[in-house]
Design a protein around this ligand. Structure first.
Ligand code: HEC
Length: 198
């Protein structure tokens, strides 16, 4: 009985310390952080697009957290400066991601602003990046005989269009692309001051 009590109290203390260090302290530290002046709130189309991003599991292959030079060469990969807590002010839940099977997308809107490129790439990644292992998302598009008024026809490289048909974007994929185009955190933030070397 004595040992069980020791085990139990040990476990409770460990859990309490971990909760304090990983949940309570960060919450107190970050709860009053304001959004950076350069960060815009999401529009309703972008929020719908964000849902499409979550639903289709983009987070399983793409992170949204460029890292500091000391941790990874993300700036030389063209993924942007290291993100700071304030960058995620409007992200509920945040979509940090841990896998980087594909590139980090935190600044994809600045790196690739073309809606045509995004639509074509989502329809068939291999049309733009030969050998890409990203899945294609044909169910976010419709193959039709001819375009109706108001349709957004997708321009595709030769050889990737279904024979005799045109490819039209659904509202879902248009929202997703609006979300991707808005992922731009290239505004400046205050850098942490490096301690002077003696
Ligand atoms: C199985 C892993 C995987 C999944 C799931 C995935 N991707 Fe990708 N993605 C990749 C890889 C690998 C690349 C790099 C090759 C390429 O450009 O196709 C990439 C590239 C991209 C790029 C171009 C990035 C750049 O820097 O040029 C965008 C944008 C993108 N993905 C968006 C998405 C979106 C949106 C989704 C969800 C609908 C998604 N991806 C799902 C693996 C994935």
């Amino acid at each position: 009985m004595h040992d069980e009590l020791k085990l139990l109290s040990g476990a409770m203390v460990t859990l309490a310390l971990a909760t304090a260090g990983l949940v309570v302290l960060p919450f107190i530290q970050l709860k009053a952080v304001p959004p950076p002046p350069g960060l815009k709130a999401y529009t309703s189309a972008q929020l719908r697009g964000r849902e499409v991003y979550i639903k289709n599991g983009c987070i399983y292959c793409h992170s949204q957290q460029p890292r500091d030079k000391a941790q990874a060469p993300d700036d030389t990969r063209g993924w942007g400066r290291a993100s700071v807590a304030a960058d995620y002010f409007y992200d509920k839940p945040h979509l940090l991601g841990t896998m980087r099977t594909g590139p980090d997308l935190f600044n994809i809107g600045a790196r690739q602003p073309s809606a045509d490129w995004h639509l074509g790439h989502l329809y068939q990644p291999r049309a733009y990046t030969p050998g890409s292992i990203m899945p294609s998302y044909p169910y976010l598009f419709e193959a039709k005989e001819k375009a109706d008024p108001g349709d957004r026809v997708v321009t595709l490289p030769p050889g990737f269009k279904p024979v005799g048909k045109i490819v039209v974007a659904t509202q879902e994929v248009l929202d997703l692309v609006t979300y991707l185009q808005g992922l731009d955190h290239t505004y400046p933030v205050l850098e942490a001051v490096e301690p002077k070397k003696k």
